[in-house]
Ligand binder design. Structure first.
Ligand code: NAP
Length: 309
């Protein structure tokens, strides 16, 4: 099969399309024909070795042989292992590959269930929301699940005031919609050019970070989510209520298969939708990474792997 291999650490040009071995599903796995993936900021950070920990996980001096990036996918189940009961060939699915990566490829195998101690729980594959294209669905798992779990950690609830910094990015656009779903009043921090976008997602108030320091405003918040990781808890303390909650993404939240089904339900009820900035064909993956590297994408960047035509 064809896959985008990360041949070195460095600039987007290190990504090259190569022929690699097609995976075969184990007894508990589904084989997904990947229709779309995303150019996720996490992929670009691994490629750029940011942070250094990347080298410990993915190869000290150069990436492990045939390292294929891609944290999330959408596609069609082509085959299933003998123990798989909840998926069959032909099912349209979306999935989080997580740090197992491998989404930038024609095929990816993922487990239907994963072991947790002596228990088994659902894996991070679910039937795709019926109202999304593969490109849209491929941008949901990482960003929306991270935003969801972070807001749940802060126990966001009806009537609370939340400030979201980086509201126009992937996490920000999901966080606005999820905070509104939980009944919160949302102040979105982004540049003025993205005011219309964040308001269309439900933001009640907007602050332009290019002309105003949000940490100096007189209002106080129950929750501050620094989704874009450009601020600090110490700076935000002044605008946080007593017992308020400061969040960022330093700790990766624990995500389970039911979380993906929860998002699917919100999407099918038109409560949540992915914002797609651009869609690139996989042959233009270098361009896609170049664009994400600039740090100004609006929502998400999708990558078409297979058009089905
Ligand atoms: N996305 C995920 O699933 C995920 C998961 C875990 C951790 N993270 C981490 O969380 C951070 C954000 O990820 P992301 O995917 O949401 O990023 P992103 O989509 O690349 O963020 C880009 C957005 O951030 C805005 N922005 C840039 N500088 C800003 C600033 N100083 N203040 C406010 N907004 C600013 C940009 O708006 P302008 O063009 O107007 O500047 C742009 O819309 C990254 O550090 C990432 O590694 C992300």
């Amino acid at each position: 099969m064809k896959a985008v291999v990360c041949t070195q650490y460095g600039s987007p040009e290190v990504l090259q399309i190569r022929e690699v071995k097609k995976p075969e599903p184990k007894r508990n796995e589904v084989l997904i024909k990947v229709f779309a993936t995303s150019a996720h900021i996490g992929d670009t950070r691994i490629r750029r070795v940011d942070p250094f920990l990347v080298r410990i996980i993915f190869g000290l001096f150069k990436p492990k042989k045939n390292l294929i990036l891609g944290l999330e996918v959408s596609g069609i189940v082509e085959d299933v292992g003998s123990n798989v009961t909840s998926f069959k060939a032909g099912d349209e699915v979306f999935a989080l590959t997580g740090f197992g990566l491998g989404g930038y490829a024609e095929y990816r195998c993922l487990p239907e269930k994963v072991k947790e101690g002596k228990q088994e729980r659902k894996g991070l594959v679910a039937i795709k929301p019926s109202n999304l294209s593969h490109e849209e669905a491929a941008t949901v798992p990482a960003g929306a699940l991270t935003a969801l779990k972070n807001l749940q950690k802060a126990k966001i609830s009806k009537g609370q005031k939340i400030l979201i910094n980086g509201a126009s990015g992937s996490l920000g656009t999901y966080a606005i919609q999820l905070a509104k779903y939980y009944g919160a009043e949302v102040t979105a921090v982004c540049s003025g050019q993205n005011f219309d976008l964040v308001k269309s997602l439900g933001a009640d108030h907007v602050i332009d970070y290019t002309s105003e320091d949000f940490t100096r405003i007189p209002q106080k918040f129950d929750v501050i989510y620094d989704a874009v990781m450009k601020s600090k808890a110490s700076k935000c303390r002044k605008i946080l209520k007593k017992n308020g909650f400061f969040l960022n993404n330093y700790r990766q939240p624990k995500i389970i298969g039911d979380d993906l089904l929860f998002l699917k339900d919100l999407i099918e009820k038109n409560i949540l939708k992915p914002v797609i900035d651009k869609i690139y064909p996989v042959e233009e993956i270098v361009e896609a990474h170049r664009y994400v590297d600039k740090g100004h994408k609006k929502g998400n960047v999708a990558v078409t792997v297979y058009t089905g035509k």
